[in-house]
Design a protein around this ligand. Structure first.
Ligand code: ATP
Ligand code: MG
Length: 362
């Protein structure tokens, strides 16, 4: 079966920023691909190319059997998109926003209204349906934007960080909505920074960094690739961090990472609780006091750290030079990209998303 989404060697530069550096991927019909990557990796740019909002410098893309570059208008009628930047009309109510999208898609008014009510219910917005969107909280807008993308049940959907900004209850509700869609046969490309989310929803995961796919596999395969478990220790005395690393190195599958300012040591291990107990005894025997110690499963940070040599989040904790430092330069071929985080383009996706929702340019 031909893939529902296929990208070959997409390249897109903005000035001297190479946002896409040869992205290739394919999503078989009826499956979910999770596009996982840190800030600035190229996720949104990939989505924008595949949804006809941006022309690549080179490469090829086919969505639902239609060439994206040759027939963008045909592609638009076959896809749904929910962008990273909410695209709702502030001055319309939630109900009016959704009804309008249905009507733009040529649904009859009665059907559009019924669909709007159904979606408001799904996204826990029924009580707020008659308030203008400008009175909505960030999470409510986000949900309304997602609901708008679902009005017409397109066969192929693109969701760019759908759950960013949602609280746990609404995140869970959205996951259920997505699972229902997929059961009904929708093909989905979803970007996320949460491994847990990709884990739950995606059949397959592509890890992107610096505009390239650097790993591909199921969640289990990726986790296996980065090793089973982690011990995390917070040492009480800053002066004893190095001693603690020395004490624990023998248990680590690969080099422990150290955050000096938080006195946190992370070591990949196998052997679970038994090794944890040994580690505690070892530290105790050497008189190294600890504030906290625990065993945990790999996180997205671990995936990035292992695959890319830098952590997912570029903001926050500053300045350490260990393996957890923000060593973008540590990779060969890192061509001095612009700001790794927060360098969003200003043209957002607002009007674009509506254009896609309407199946036509405005
Ligand atoms: N319109 C634009 N003009 C200039 N640079 C851009 C533009 N759009 C994206 N970029 C740059 O391209 C790179 C990839 O950006 P993109 O938005 O695709 O990242 P992302 O993976 O979606 O990141 P995030 O997790 O922060 O949303 C970044 O370096 C970004 O600054
Ligand atoms: Mg993005």
């Amino acid at each position: 079966m031909a893939p529902a989404i296929q990208a070959e060697n997409l390249v897109k530069t903005f000035g001297d920023v190479r946002a896409l550096d040869g992205v290739s991927l394919d999503v078989p019909e009826g499956t979910v691909l999770g596009l996982l990557g840190p800030n600035g990796a190229g996720k949104t740019t990939t989505v924008r190319v595949l949804t006809t909002l941006l022309r690549p410098d080179s490469g090829r893309a086919v969505v639902a059997g239609v060439d994206v570059l040759k027939h963008p208008e045909r592609v638009r009628s076959l896809i749904g998109l929910s962008g990273q930047y909410a695209a709702v009309d502030e001055y319309l109510t939630g109900f009016e926003n959704l009804t309008m999208v249905g009507e733009l898609y040529q649904m009859r008014t009665r059907a559009a209204k019924a669909r709007a009510l159904e979606l408001l219910e799904w996204f826990n917005l029924t009580e707020a349906k008659d308030r203008t969107a400008k009175t909505y909280s960030g999470g409510m807008r986000r949900r309304l934007d997602l609901a708008a993308a679902l009005v017409v049940r397109p066969p192929v959907m693109f969701l760019d960080e759908p759950t960013t900004g949602l609280d746990p209850r609404n995140r869970l509700a959205l996951w259920e909505v997505i699972e229902t869609l997929v059961e009904q046969g929708t093909t989905l490309l979803l970007t996320t920074q949460y491994l847990e989310e990709a884990d739950r929803l995606a059949h397959d995961i592509a890890v992107v960094d610096h505009g390239r796919v650097i790993a591909r596999g199921t969640a289990d395969q990726l986790k296996a690739q980065i090793g089973g478990e982690r011990i995390e220790v917070v040492v009480h005395e800053p002066g004893l961090v190095a001693d603690a690393v020395a004490a624990l190195s023998g248990y680590a599958l690969s080099e422990p990472s150290v955050e000096k300012n938080t006195r946190r040591i992370t070591l990949p291990i196998s052997g679970g609780a038994r090794v944890l107990a040994d580690a505690i005894r070892e530290l105790d025997a050497r008189g190294i006091e600890i504030d906290d110690i625990g065993l945990r499963r790999p996180t997205l940070d671990d995936v990035f750290l292992t695959l890319t040599g830098h952590v997912a989040e570029q903001e926050g904790e500053g300045g350490e030079d260990g393996p957890k430092g923000r060593g973008r330069g540590g990779r060969s071929g890192a061509e001095g990209k612009g700001k790794p985080g927060g360098a969003e383009d200003s043209d957002g996706q607002g009007p674009d998303q509506q254009a896609v929702a309407a199946g036509k340019e405005r």
